[in-house]
Design a binder for this molecule. Sequence first.
Ligand code: UD1
Length: 418
Amino acid sequence: MDKLRIVGRKRLTGSVTIGGAKNAALPAMAASLLTNEPITLTNVPDVWDVGTMRRLLLRLGTHVVQPSLDEITLTTARLASDEAPYELVKTMRASVLVLGPLLARNGRARVSLPGGCAIGARPINEHIRGLEMLGAKVSLEHGFIDAKTEGLSGATIRFGTVSVGGTENLMMAACLARGETVLENCAREPEIEDLAELLARMGASIEGAGTERIRVHGVDRLHGARHRIVPDRIEAGTYLIAGALMGDDVRITECRPSHLGALTDILDRIGVSLVIGEDSLSVRAADDDLVSIEVETAPYPLFPTDMQAQLMALLTQARGTSRLSETIFENRFMHASELARLGARIELRGNRAIVHGPTPLAGTNVMATDLRASASLVLAGLVAEGETLIDRVYHLDRGYEHIEEKMAGLGAEVERFA
Ligand code: UD1
């Protein structure tokens, strides 16, 4: 199993280029199942989850051509299977995104239940209820969601919980449903807008993606398209925090700062110096101490749960008592005890982490427990005195492309070894 060795306290300078968003690439790849024509995606990030989705599509009969690391053409002339097996779904929950497209195209889909996940229960009841309202018969048997339909029909569906994957699954299914579908209380993440852009290029008729109400007018068929994946706001945010911790002058390029408003607001309030451009950000570590803050995670456009762990690493360096409340996932503080091994002073009280700072961190062995938790350990390693060894780096590889190269490009001392 790969590990990362980081020698901390190296100043960071220069620029880092942000890749395409993992969380936009995965639904876009699933959407390719909606047509028998080629879908070409560019700016695809070179991360493991994309590899897992590619393997799933291959199983389903998709022909995959990948002329370069960041481009992929997916053609599903004919479906070879309608089943997403356990061994793929268990490694990546986002596999459930094939449910809507398979059902809409094929009238049948079997997707293994994702099961528990390190960061919480993560149910998919909203996906299932929505598909039923579109006219699917759904049963849960032998650990599989088995969905069938004679043909989907539009409906008005109000989500009980704001769900990114649920919004995406239903938006995709509704594209091939008869008549109009109205989705209410939708997630508003930029990745949903990006998916809607791709679907529109494929011939779908969608209004309101990015707002809480999405209207889809079903069409008989969708066609091939080419689409560039939106930049990864979480990757950009992670490098922003690296720059806030150790940057002399770090420039983050090819990103969309407008998607990072909740984070840049907080960084500004705690005293990080930032320059926000059209498609770039510049950041340097503050000369004075940062100040503590209270932050709560919430659906977009509020502060993302996917940045909570990285922000916690930064708040260990802020003067005073910071409070971080996690409202989206119930078990997403596993990085707190690992950060404590590096010297952080963090108390956990239910869904709230109380961070006392500033504390000097000192390198030691730590364990990555999930994707974003791993990123927070890398960030802590950058600011810690001496050597930090991070085990189970595969969590990081699921969602960050070439992280050691990108960090090293900024002047960090980071090395991967087996
Ligand atoms: C997506 C992101 C993930 C991010 C999360 C929240 C992808 C591939 N993953 O995950 O990185 O952390 O959004 O921003 O885009 N819920 C239900 N019932 C459902 C569905 C969800 O109760 O049917 C709950 C979940 O348990 C959770 C909350 O809703 O508490 C948000 O989950 P959701 O937005 O669905 O997350 P994902 O789409 O799985």
